[in-house]
Design a protein around this ligand. Structure first.
Ligand code: FES
Ligand SMILES: [Fe+2]
Length: 345
């Protein structure tokens, strides 16, 4: 499958790459092994020995290098073979593995898997997750058995909240939302405004506790290739956004394979949020429940139903709420084509 390659993808949360250990994950259909050098910086190498193709993560770390667990070839942090323990010890020119640029930002390890030069300007801004900031944050990971574009549609089109998350994140009147699409410098926002609706449980529990109607908004922004930022909250009917009643939802997708996705999510609550520790825990567990026990089973079943068919070949019915997802799919196709035109593939 073709992916947007010249982009930063989230590989994992930073605490998953521990000193002295290897962490491995398939990303964009390629096996990758991560470890920390002795100075703490994260290294990402192709996780396949060029000798007999076993995963390098089955070997061991020797200082800043990996020794293959099968016949002992040793690779440094640039992917170059630096030791052949056999015969005259000569190192064949082909004995090397690909090294991928990485960055640690916002509590995440980012990886650049394209052939183009890594571009720091293409990193989305998730500064609200910085541990030095004022926001209180929670974070999690779920493995999804569906293509990342199906999951991206789920995030950009929140009209499903009323049905799939009814009683938690959703309430019936949300279906009449006023929906606006805003394109801005390559990003796409799908903003839903829902005045005078019954308050969804998650907001009532953590912000209002009176069951009274509210005005609610969900403003979801997609940043290519597959990063999302949700600004969502409530205030009293006809009221103003105050220093509480809202939060940022962070949703980041990384394709694992054509039919599976790594889903990293987080929430960031602003300093004025009035939540006890218990309530904050309940808020986080309700969100996780919605993603893991409501979204995931639907997406996994959706992928199983689509199987090997091409999405467009199945001629999906298009509704008004699909305007955002369709534009996003077209934009992804354009970006992939641009890359292929440049590399002549
Ligand atoms: S497979 Fe790695 S050294 Fe043989
Ligand atoms: Fe959902």
């Amino acid at each position: 499958m073709a992916y947007i390659k010249n982009a930063w993808y989230v590989a994992c949360w930073d605490n998953e790459v521990k000193a002295g250990e290897m962490f491995h994950r398939r990303l964009l259909d390629e096996p990758v092994v991560f470890y920390r050098k002795q100075d703490g910086t994260v290294v990402a190498l192709q996780d396949r020995c060029p000798h007999r193709f076993v995963p390098l993560h089955m070997g061991r770390l020797v200082n800043d290098a990996i020794e293959c667990g099968y016949h002992g070839l040793r690779f440094d942090c640039t992917g170059k073979c630096v030791l052949n323990p056999h015969g005259d010890g000569k190192i064949p020119a082909a004995a090397k593995v690909r090294q991928y640029p990485t960055l640690e930002r916002f509590g995440m390890v980012w990886i650049w898997m394209g052939d183009g030069a890594p571009d720091g300007g293409k990193l989305p801004d998730y500064g609200v997750l910085d541990s030095t900031g004022d926001f209180s944050t929670t974070r999690g990971y779920i493995h999804i058995d569906s293509n990342y574009e199906l999951m991206a549609e789920n995030l950009l089109d929140l009209s499903h909240i009323t049905y799939l998350h009814d009683g938690y994140l959703g309430s019936p009147e949300q279906i009449g939302a006023d929906q606006q699409l805003v394109e801005n410098g390559g990003t796409l926002s799908c903003n839903r405004w829902m005045p005078n609706i019954s308050v969804p449980r998650i907001f009532d529990m953590v912000y209002r506790r009176d069951g009274q109607p509210v005005d609610m908004w969900t403003n979801m922004t997609w940043m290519p290739p597959s990063c999302f930022l949700l600004d969502s909250g409530v205030h009293e009917v006809g009221g103003q956004r105050a220093d509480h009643g809202w939060y940022y939802g962070i949703h980041i997708l990384t394709p694992e394979t054509e039919k599976t996705t790594h889903y990293h999510f987080a929430a960031a609550m602003p300093p004025g949020t009035r939540l006890s520790e218990d309530e904050a825990r309940t808020f986080a567990s309700l969100r996780r429940f919605a993603f893991e026990s409501q979204d995931k089973p639907m997406l996994d079943a959706q992928q199983a139903a689509i199987g090997d068919n091409n999405f467009w070949d199945l001629k999906p019915v298009l509704l008004t709420v699909d305007a955002g997802p369709v534009r996003m799919r077209r934009q992804i196709e354009r970006l992939i084509k641009q890359e292929q035109d440049v590399t002549g593939q």
